[in-house]
Design a protein around this ligand. Structure first.
Ligand code: FAD
Length: 390
């Protein structure tokens, strides 16, 4: 007997829950795990120290796990480095927890050849290189529990939901507004799942591990949060497959030929996987949106709302949460850019232009969402039985 709780087509998408679970396990998970570990995909450029444009910074969280550790000096291939300007060696080392550690200016963006710098109309950040940008090794800074909570965190989520994507009323016919809400809610579910999957269980022993009760409390007991997670996953997967030509031809160059070839080859495997194409050829149908007379105006309005959400990320009062918040919102903004260009100029893949950072954000976001879907799949059936038995 099938004990699945979620069956049938994922609402507003083109694939069913069973298919998502099977392609994830058989195809996507192993590929993406390897891909995000390659040098190209593990170094994300981000402005971490930024002023909140909406309210005064209400203090960073106190846990050590909140801070971002950059990279150790030897992490980068020689090619990545700018000529040394007489900086003391100490400046280049990771000093976790110290503000100055958040700035690593030793990388020279010029090594990332072939990548353009064009503004993303869906996001707030100026992604062009400047002295405030720092490169963060994502593998050293996993998304997990940080202790960030209380009024500061609540204010961010409240601002996102109430000001920018109010929960659609039941019977809401505006498909586009529903999409924005579901993307944010799906991302929120994913963040909560990662917090619960890698939680500080015992601070004195520094013991980390899964906390399924928290996963249940925050996500699993709300079927719409789980559905929104699947929706967001399919939406981002659709963006990746739609940008296929661009992603296939892009240069994944970091100065490490072996690793760069591996990144290229894994990317091709992901884009051309026959099982994925057969099982879920069009994960989301973006062509049905922005129809009708009010389409262009609605698009501008929703684009502005999403840009606001992107700006709010500067108010996240915990460094590591801000890192992953910015990355994942940029990933969503990239998916939106791929699927819905401002005026249709990207409707053919050959016109699409992506920044290096957008591609990194998009692929890492897909991996995060996929891991969350897998965790739901693993934890949900057994755990819900236990909860029901209590
Ligand atoms: P919250 O998760 O803060 O939720 C607030 C309210 O939103 C809930 O009461 C509920 O009404 C609603 N809600 C919750 N989930 C959903 C959903 N999926 N869909 C719709 N509505 C929902 N903490 C960490 O420990 N590690 C991190 O990496 C991290 N990253 C973060 C990134 C961002 C951008 C933000 C804003 C916060 C981050 N946090 C992180 C904090 C974390 O998300 C929670 O805010 C915190 O753990 C407190 O949780 P809570 O139970 O009060 O509910």
């Amino acid at each position: 007997q099938d004990s699945r709780k979620y069956t049938g087509i994922v609402e507003d998408c083109c694939c069913d829950y069973e298919t998502v679970d099977s392609i994830n396990g058989a195809v996507l998970h192993p590929l993406l795990q390897e891909l995000v570990a390659t040098p190209f995909f593990r170094y994300f450029k981000v402005k971490l120290w930024c002023d909140c444009p909406f309210w005064p910074d209400d203090g960073m969280c106190k846990l050590r796990d909140c801070s971002v550790c950059e990279c150790s000096e030897n992490e980068f291939p020689e090619l990545f480095r700018k000529p040394q300007l007489g900086l003391p060696a100490d400046d280049l080392k990771c000093q976790e927890g110290k503000p100055e550690a958040a700035v690593d200016r030793t990388l020279d963006s010029k090594v990332f050849r072939g990548w353009i710098e064009v503004d993303n109309p869906w996001t707030n950040d100026d992604e062009t290189d400047n002295g405030e940008m720092t490169y963060v090794n994502l593998l050293l800074n996993p998304e997990r529990y940080t202790g960030y909570s209380g009024p500061s965190a609540r204010r961010i989520w409240d601002a996102i939901y109430s000001e920018n994507c109010p929960k659609y009323a039941s019977g809401e016919i505006c498909q586009e507004k529903k999409v924005l809400y579901k993307l944010i809610s799906g991302l929120h579910s994913s963040i909560s799942i990662h917090i619960a999957a890698d939680y500080l269980l015992d601070e004195t022993k520094n013991l980390w591990g899964p906390y399924p009760e928290l996963m249940y409390d925050r996500v699993l007991q709300y079927p719409d949060r789980v559905r929104n997670l699947y929706f967001t996953f399919l939406f981002v997967l659709r963006a990746v497959t739609k940008a296929k030509d661009y992603l296939e031809q892009a240069e994944y160059n970091t100065g490490n030929p072996e690793e760069d070839l591996k990144a290229q080859s894994l990317m091709r495997q992901l884009l051309y996987d026959s099982k994925l194409q057969a099982a879920c050829p069009v994960p989301f149908d973006e062509a049905k949106l922005w129809k009708g007379q009010s389409g262009p105006e609605l698009k501008q309005q929703i684009q502005k709302q999403f840009r606001n959400i992107s700006a709010i990320m500067d108010c996240v009062g915990c460094e590591k949460c801000r890192l992953w918040g910015k990355l994942q919102v940029l990933g969503l903004g990239t998916a939106l850019k791929i699927l819905f260009s401002v005026d249709g100029q990207y409707s053919h893949d050959k016109h699409l232009q992506l920044q290096r950072n957008e591609v990194i954000a998009l692929v890492n976001l897909l991996n995060r969402l996929l891991e969350s879907v897998r965790l739901v799949q693993e934890v949900s059936p057994t755990f819900e039985k236990t909860m029901e038995g209590l």
